[in-house]
Design a protein around this ligand. Structure first.
Ligand code: NAD
Length: 474
């Protein structure tokens, strides 16, 4: 019902030079507490990745609209930053309940625009919900510190205070989780928030905005603009915006980091990845193969924490044929079809990029152990599907190793020892996440201490997550 009310105004759709009389819904801007139709003349089509049908359109907001959004944030900040922590907490307590009650509706909108399976889409919402639940602990998170008698007759204390208008720029791969990393935490601390969702998947964010309003967030505390480069430049340049959170590719992230910080803003850029899973021969084989397959191919590999590179150490090399068999068994289908393990890639361009990186591996001498390029998904022949693909005998100079593929492709390297494996991982310029598969505590400890990567996972015991969420780990 929320979706219908947001999208009720229909506009004519133009495809190429043809103008169809049918209509597609338009995505609204959210400015000063109102869902408004953009006055722009520039619109982008949003496609269902399983069919490539146009399902909605999103505006490139005009300069005037973006200014109205940031002005609304600035005005709202004056009173919002003065509200009590307890009243902000109450809003987020209601918000987390609304998200929980609507998880299926949110997941459906994600699958429609992003393509991932419904189970993955629910996981996407669930991970974001956990952040919203965390905001409800704001009464202790905002505590400051005191140090009495720092010198004679003098005490020191610190407060945690909001900084003003903050902005978020989000990617396409987690339409719920990543926006929910951004505005709830910023807002509960007393900041107001300007959000630019990915232009490819804005629908879920609009539902989340409506729920936030229903939870009682005052007008102007969250504003949403849409667009691409002009919207990003606007956020990097506008003097009222004090801090930017970015999640997405290296290309965009480095640009935003530089442009935003040149303008005196705090910028955090969370960017691309090439995550290695080191497989030791003493690992639990069953668990390891299941987890590798889930982490490499789940969500069609479009996760920043996908384990897209395996390093088989010593005897673990002999597990490769079984890994291939398990990957073969995964079912590729539209995300809303029962039994689908992985859905399509986001766009035809993404499919082209992924298939050409697979080909580059073949051309550079890797062995194509499983080729998902010709996958046939009955009834969805126009979708952007690539099936699970495994490249063996990969070496560190190959393009399929040096570039982030962001598709259902696992590249497999081999190493003689743990030291050799660590050496490979540490030479790779990406450092988002990594995992080691072993049953030996000392090996796991050595790995976590010596590897130069931000997040390390050591599944020495079976994972403490239920089957339902297995494919939904970031
Ligand atoms: P993207 O960089 O193409 O887009 C992200 C955002 O930046 C979008 O809102 C987009 O409009 C904007 N943008 C795109 N190109 C731009 C440019 N040249 N200049 C300015 N703005 C630009 O990323 P994506 O394809 O949507 O997402 C996939 C990428 O995100 C992958 O590289 C993935 O690893 C990364 N990612 C990282 C994390 C993390 O936490 N590190 C999490 C999820 C995704």
């Amino acid at each position: 019902a929320i979706m219908r009310s947001l999208w009720k105004n229909k506009v004519p759709l133009e495809v190429g030079r043809m103008c169809y009389s049918s209509s597609v819904p338009t995505t609204k801007l959210f400015i000063d507490g109102k869902f408004v139709e953009s006055k722009t003349s520039e619109w982008l089509d949003i496609h269902n990745p399983a069919t490539n049908e146009v399902i909605a359109r999103v505006p490139k907001a005009t300069q005037e609209e973006m200014l109205a959004a940031v002005d609304s944030c600035s005005r709202a900040y004056e009173s919002w930053s003065e509200t009590s922590i307890l009243s902000r907490q109450q809003i987020f307590l209601r918000y987390q309940q609304l998200i929980k009650d609507n998880i299926k509706e949110l997941a459906k909108s994600i699958t429609l625009e992003q393509g991932k399976t419904l189970a993955d889409a629910e996981g996407d919402v669930f991970r974001g919900l956990q952040v919203v639940e965390h905001t409800c602990s704001i009464t202790s998170l905002m505590l400051g510190e005191t140090l009495p008698s720092i010198t004679r007759d003098m005490d020191t204390y610190t407060y945690r205070l909001p900084i003003g208008v903050c902005a978020g720029i989000a990617p396409f791969n987690f339409p719920a989780m990543i926006p929910l990393w951004m505005f709830p935490m910023g807002m509960v601390c007393g900041n107001t928030y300007l959000l630019k969702p990915s232009e490819r998947v804005p629908g879920c964010t609009m539902l989340l905005a409506k729920m936030l309003q229903d939870a009682g967030a005052p007008d102007g505390t969250l504003n949403i603009i849409h667009g691409q480069h002009a919207a990003v430049n606007f956020i990097c340049d506008h003097p009222a915006i004090r801090a930017i959170s970015f999640v997405g590719s290296n290309q965009a992230g480095e640009y935003i980091y530089e442009r935003g910080s040149k303008n005196g803003k705090r910028v955090q850029s969370n960017m691309g990845a090439k995550n290695h899973g080191v497989v030791m021969p003493d690992a639990n084989k069953e668990n390891t193969l299941n987890q590798l397959v889930g982490a490499a191919f789940g969500a069609a590999g479009q996760r920043c924490m996908a384990l897209s590179t395996a390093i088989l150490v010593g005897e673990a090399r002999s597990w490769l044929p079984e890994l291939v068999e398990r990957a073969k068994a995964l079912r590729v289908n539209a995300g809303d079809q029962p039994g689908a393990d992985l859905g399509p890639l986001i766009t035809p361009e993404a499919k082209k990029r992924v298939t050409s990186l697979i080909q580059s591996g073949v051309d550079e001498g890797a062995s194509l152990l499983l080729d998902g390029r010709k996958v046939n998904v009955k009834g969805y022949e126009n979708g952007n599907f690539v099936g699970p693909t495994i490249l063996g005998n990969v070496t560190t100079n190959m393009k399929c190793y040096t570039e982030e593929i962001f598709g259902p492709v696992l590249v497999v390297l081999e190493a003689d020892s743990l030291d050799d494996a660590i050496n490979i991982v540490n030479k790779n310029p990406y450092g988002n996440g990594t995992a080691i598969f072993t049953t030996n505590g000392a090996t796991a400890r050595k790995y976590t201490h010596e590897v130069d990567v931000g997040q390390v996972r050591e599944p020495v015991t079976p994972p403490l997550i239920s089957e339902k969420w297995r494919h939904s780990v970031l």
